[in-house]
Design a protein around this ligand. Sequence first.
Ligand code: GLN
Length: 219
Amino acid sequence: MSRRLTVSPSVAGSAPGTPRSRPPVGVLALQGDFREHAAVLTSLGADVVFVRRPEEVAQISGLVIPGGESSVIDKLARSFGVADAVVARIRGGMPVYGTCAGLILLADRVQGGIRGQQSFGGLDVSVRRNAFGAQTESFEAELDVPVLGEPPMHAVFIRAPVVTELGPKATALASLGDGTVVAVQQGGVLGTSFHPEMTGDTRFHQYFLDTVTARSSGG
Ligand code: GLN
């Protein structure tokens, strides 16, 4: 399923006027709602690769890290031997988008993790897991996201993390009414506390794919 033909960039981009091949986008497919992300990305015309092994990390130009359970994804990523490859690509500037558990995995600092829980890092933020507690495990909100324009995004939060500290390298993209930051960006690294893959609003995925395309064509 994860095998794909690769087209060498020198061939794909050779003749003037020939459309470039689409840069392949990975979805980390160890646990969580990776199928939903793949469906959204495919609907937007992306060439999707399910990523479970280091060889697959080498093929991709961008990576989505799904919602799920961050401690499980962390453990599986390390035991499948894919974590170091992901960290190296993020440090090398590959665009990455994480939703919910994916945001936790992209945070440089995690509060409320299980013992020994690690993250890939890439966002100069602290996030708190399960920040809304047992009283408010799930809720929905209309969020203004200025980089996406109008209308506000209908956002679904499920045992969601929040950004508790925004370091100088990261920018807030959206906040709840009380100022709690729930979407962040740092260069090509993007994270949301909520799940656009579940609501049919494809603007965050399109924003991410635009970043992948811009960066893989040297923009
Ligand atoms: N609470 C989960 C975690 O800590 C995240 C929940 C989600 O991805 N919907 O990983």
